[in-house]
Design a protein around this ligand. Sequence first.
Ligand SMILES: [Zn+2]
Ligand SMILES: [Zn+2]
Length: 161
Amino acid sequence: MQTKPCNRCRGDTELMTSDSVSGEAEPLRITLKNLPLLACQQGHHQFVRPGFGAELLMHLVHEDEPELPAGEEKGFFRKKYLCENCSQSLEPKPDHRHTFSIEVQLKDIEPIDLELSMPVYKCSSCGKEQLHSQKEVLKLTPQALAHVFEAADIPPPPGAI
Ligand SMILES: [Zn+2]
Ligand SMILES: [Zn+2]
C-alpha cells in the first residue's frame, strides 16, 4: 500500500501496526489487536486511508456483528429478550462477559484481529448463551470504535464519521 504525507506535519509516513488498542461504550468493549496505521517521524498517526474508520465500522455492523448469537427483542414498554434457539425468555441478568474473536477482512488490508466483549445471557430453558439483542451492540459500536481510534491517537479525518 502506498503511504502519503502526514496530515499534521506533512512529513513522510511509514505503514505500521499498532499494539493492541481498546475502546469502550459501556458495556461493549472493542479491542483491535493489530490496527494498521500510518506514522510519521514526529509520531503522528493517521488512518491507512481516509475512509478506513468508516469502512471498519460498516464491516462490523453489516457483516460481523449480525453473526453473533443474540436474542430477539420483544415488547415495547417492558423489553423482553427471547432465545434465538428455542424462543424462551433469556435471564434478565447477564451470566458473564464473553469475548468474541472476529477477523475483519477489509480490501487490500491484512486481516484485523478484533475482540468484542459483551455480557452474555443464558436461556432459562436450553442454556444457550447469547447477547440480549443485536440492536444493542450495533448501537454502541460507533462510540466504542471512536474510543479505539482515540486510544491509538488517530484524530478523526476532517469530514469523517
Ligand atoms: Zn507528522
Ligand atoms: Zn433457549
